[in-house]
Design a protein around this ligand. Structure first.
Ligand SMILES: [Zn+2]
Length: 533
């Protein structure tokens, strides 16, 4: 069967000479079909692949020639379509939705592989086109997926596309693995390094710390603002048990650019990843594992190598108690409550010299070993923070500005009145007894308003803590910072038990998750120990 001449015309592009597939589209090829265009390319450093714009530039004249009005264009730039793809293709999903809604009569993709390199996706697309009676155009041919021969032909293309995708991937992986085994650099240049290329061949000669000076062997221009000293500083400061959070804030204050040019500046994750990157001690990492010595010069030397190992140990264990030198040494002192009926007091550390037990301040209602309770709460909190809905649950503070503003207004008003009363008392116009009575009445109210304001505003550490990186961030926090986060998200209650237990049985510890602005189940110790009534 002859391929219609007009189809040959549309297909001058590259190797895609229309296959003599014998597809007969005269039954359904007609003017006026509403066209939906979809274009995609995957990440392509060498720029050999066809760009998304080129694909549209190919397809639009076809639509014009066929007199198909274009009703929608969808594009995914830098998106893989294999089953190994890391990112979802948003526009692909939108295109499928448009097809499903019946918005178009024909879907146009420049070639079959632009739509997918995954048989499962092909099947979904084929079924959708079949059910909605949407035609599919690619490489100059128009397919009606309700026809057996067209399903067969497009399926064969899909098999070929998927296999080609696997082949590309294998080739890339092989190259990456070989470079890794040889200890050669690959991919992104580590922060604080620079690469020297041969001026004629453009080949990579060396990866060196960016504050290295030119030598007789290597002639190159020294950088004005090298980043290698920043790396050394971060490693030393983490090793000295400074909090990643405070380091990040300091770097931002000094205007130091971030490794990933993150608009929000340095955060805990960037600091801990910089401090523990094995590249800096000259180790090659492949797929998250150190596989041997790298060919590049270590950025860290001598004492800094020791500091790197210390920093890595501090970061590696998120629940490690690394910040003993801070004022508050215990994670849950004053933050956990006694669950004995009618008590509701908070727990604090008793006999810290030997037992390290959290106990009820009122009486010996409950007692629990510090490590047991800390480990239990930390595990539960990290698990909760890593869940996909955590940001919604803990950071969604739409109404809280009002609460904070009202509380702050109340605080300043009452403080002003107190100041006034004190001034009057100094002059002798107000009796000291009256002043004492006023203070007794207003101080707890001011304190309560402070508590409301604090509870309704989200601590900045929490914003970084929520999400899949929770463990990593937690590892970079000091005890006070961890307490600040815990205070904002959970109330811990330790319930009495019949016998002293060495492990935590169900029901022994209750965790009540808080949302911003919600009142605490019981007032915390900051409201004063007498405020439980
Ligand atoms: Zn108690």
């Amino acid at each position: 069967m002859l391929v219609p001449a007009k189809v040959v015309q549309t297909c001058e592009f590259r190797e895609y000479i229309p296959a003599m597939s014998g597809i007969d589209d005269t039954q359904f090829r007609r003017p006026g079909l509403r066209a939906i265009l979809y274009a995609r390319n995957s990440h392509d450093r060498t720029r050999r692949g066809i760009s998304v714009n080129d694909q549209f530039a190919e397809m639009r004249p076809v639509a014009a020639r066929e007199m198909w009005p274009i009703v929608g264009e969808f594009r995914d730039v830098g998106m893989s379509a294999t089953r190994h793809a890391r990112k979802p293709r948003d526009e692909f999903a939108a295109m499928m939705e448009a097809v499903r809604s019946g918005a178009g009569d024909v879907l146009m993709t420049w070639e079959s592989a632009r739509a997918q390199r995954d048989l499962a996706v092909y099947v979904a697309l084929r079924d959708l086109c079949h059910d909605t009676k949407t035609l599919w155009w690619y490489t100059g041919e128009l397919y009606d997926l309700t026809l057996r021969s067209h399903r067969n032909r497009t399926a064969l293309d899909a098999v070929r596309d998927e296999d080609a995708g696997e082949g590309i991937r294998e080739g890339v992986l092989r190259t990456v693995r070989q470079r890794a085994e040889r200890g050669e650099p690959h991919g992104r240049i580590p922060f604080g390094y620079r690469r020297i290329y041969h001026s004629d061949t453009g080949k990579l000669i060396a990866q060196i710390p960016d504050d290295a000076l030119p030598t007789a062997e290597f002639a190159f221009e020294a950088l004005a603002n090298p980043k290698a000293p920043i790396v050394r500083e971060i490693v030393r400061r983490i090793a000295a048990r400074q909090s990643a959070y405070s380091i990040a804030q300091d770097l931002n204050r000094r205007g130091i650019p971030t490794p990933f040019r993150n608009a929000r500046g340095w955060d805990i994750i960037q600091v801990v990843r910089t401090a523990s990157n094995p590249a800096y001690i000259g180790m090659r990492v492949h797929q998250g594992k150190v596989i041997g010595k790298a060919t590049w010069e270590p950025l860290l030397k001598d004492d800094d190598v020791t500091a790197w190992w210390q920093a890595s140990a501090i970061i590696a264990d998120p629940t490690r108690k690394t910040h003993r030198d801070n004022a508050v040494k215990h994670l849950l002192s004053g933050l956990a409550f006694c669950g004995a009926p009618g008590c509701g007091e908070y727990l604090r550390m008793r006999h810290p010299r030997n037992a390290f037990c959290y106990t009820c301040i009122a009486a010996f209602h409950v007692a629990m070993a510090e490590h047991l309770l800390d480990d239990y709460v930390e595990a539960a909190v990290l698990e909760r923070l890593e869940r996909p809905d955590a940001a919604d649950a803990f950071l969604n503070a739409s109404n809280d500005d009002d609460v904070v503003q009202a509380a702050l207004a109340e605080i300043s008003e009452k403080q002003a009145k107190l100041e006034e009363a004190r001034a009057l008392a100094t002059k002798g116009t107000l009796s000291l007894t009256s002043l004492a009575a006023m203070e007794a009445a207003w101080m707890p109210e001011i304190e309560a308003a402070r508590e409301r304001a604090r509870r309704s505003s989200i601590p900045p550490v929490l914003e970084q803590l929520v999400g899949p990186n929770a463990r990593e961030v937690w590892g970079g926090l000091t005890i006070p910072e961890r307490r600040q986060a815990l205070r904002a998200i959970v109330t811990v209650t330790v319930n009495p038990t019949g016998k002293g237990a060495r492990s935590i049985r169900p029901g022994r510890v209750t965790l009540d998750w808080l949302t911003p602005g919600a009142p605490r189940r019981r007032p915390g110790p900051l409201s004063g120990p007498g405020a439980n009534a």
